[in-house]
Design a protein around this ligand. Structure first.
Ligand code: AHG
Ligand code: MN
Ligand code: MN
Length: 336
């Protein structure tokens, strides 16, 4: 996969980012280099994920994070890796992480750059100890505060429609880096022998409609009647509509990676326990919505476009219905 038909090297992620100059027309090259730093962070985290069992990285740190969840060692490792790589890089003025309560400043003497990075360092942490797929999610905005100074909270509280680039890395049977800088969605598969991500999925388009729904159906009795109505409807053959199959890995990145390639819908609605849904707007829902929309799909909160939600708090949650355009439209329509 990483080589051409003749066995010659294919396009590396590094080369792809450089050739596309995602920050054109300003073309300072800063966004390009920030994406390259994320490429490096992805390699470091991916390498540690694949050796986790050997490196004593399985299990819990004993801490509880800002979301009230028990922190896995790999969550902490992935978080620290991204912070260290990016803070020294010079292109960000502030960062936001699912694992950190407050905005993450860029310490002196590092320069405060033009961009703002938000990330979920390790998504699907519950899968770490069972060798199932996990991921990293990121999004990049331009700063709003004055150039050269430290970034502030309002730099982080920007709607998804203003994202300039977003993507995810899935650590699975192979590792993949998938990103969009507003010019299509492109996927790169890691070749561990070479130590590079190579272009394997150029200009990914999500099918208009799929045949699977992806949701934690164990929450059925905590859902609203509207959500139950849609799930009852989606899995039933009806008036020319086929019955959908259920697929649920339990890591948003992995469930949405499948949805991106195969079509279908992934949802995490609000329920009695998670009254605003479970997934975090800034670290999970918005970046994935940006990728899926740029591949031709859709992402709704159930009442509006995910990318149009105006964030008011760093760790705010949102319901999500995301995937193939027609499947998301159906969900919104059936829920009424
Ligand atoms: P994280 O590991 O970053 O906290 O995210 C887990 C999220 C998401 O990846 C997944 O879709 C969802 O939690 C699964 O939740 P349930 O276990 O409630 O189904
Ligand atoms: Mn997550
Ligand atoms: Mn996480």
């Amino acid at each position: 996969m990483p080589t051409t038909r003749h066995g010659l090297p294919g396009t590396t992620l590094e080369r792809h980012i450089m050739d596309r100059q995602p920050d054109a027309p300003q073309a300072t090259g800063e966004l390009t280099r920030l994406l390259q730093q994320l490429n490096l962070a992805a390699k470091i985290i991916g390498s540690r994920v694949s050796r986790a069992g050997l490196a004593g990285m399985l299990g819990l740190t004993g801490d509880v994070n800002v979301q009230g969840e028990r922190v896995q060692k790999l969550d902490e490792y992935a978080n620290q890796t991204i912070v260290r790589v990016i803070e020294a890089g010079g292109y960000c003025c502030v960062m936001g992480s699912e694992e950190v309560a407050e905005p993450i400043p860029i310490p002196d003497p590092y320069p405060k750059g033009r961009y703002v990075l938000q990330f979920d360092p390790l998504d699907g942490s519950g899968n770490i100890d069972i060798n199932a797929s996990i991921g990293t999610i990121f999004s990049i905005h331009r700063r709003k505060s004055p150039a050269g100074e430290a970034g502030v909270l309002s730099d982080l509280l920007q709607p998804g429609r203003d994202i300039v680039a977003a993507g995810y890395i899935v650590y699975g049977s192979s590792n993949m880096f998938v990103y969009s800088a507003g010019d299509g969605v492109h996927g790169f598969t890691y070749d561990p022998g070479v130590g590079e991500f190579f272009l394997s999925h150029n200009d990914i388009r999500i099918p208009e409609r799929g045949s699977t729904y992806s949701i934690n159906e164990g929450n059925y009795h905590k859902w609203t009647p509207e959500v139950r109505r849609w799930v009852d409807w989606v899995k039933r053959a009806d008036e020319g509509k086929k019955a959908y199959s259920l697929r649920y890995i339990g890591a948003m990145v992995a469930d949405l990676h499948r949805t991106l390639l195969r079509g279908g819908i992934f949802a995490y609605p609000a329920d009695l326990k998670n009254t605003h849904g479970k997934l975090r707007l800034l670290y999970e829902a918005s970046p994935m919505a940006f990728v899926i929309e740029h591949a031709g799909g859709a992402a709704s909160t159930g009442t509006g476009r995910v990318l149009d939600v105006e964030p008011t708090a760093l760790h705010q949650r949102t319901p999500v219905f995301i995937g193939s355009k027609l499947d998301v439209e159906d969900a919104v329509r059936v829920m009424g």
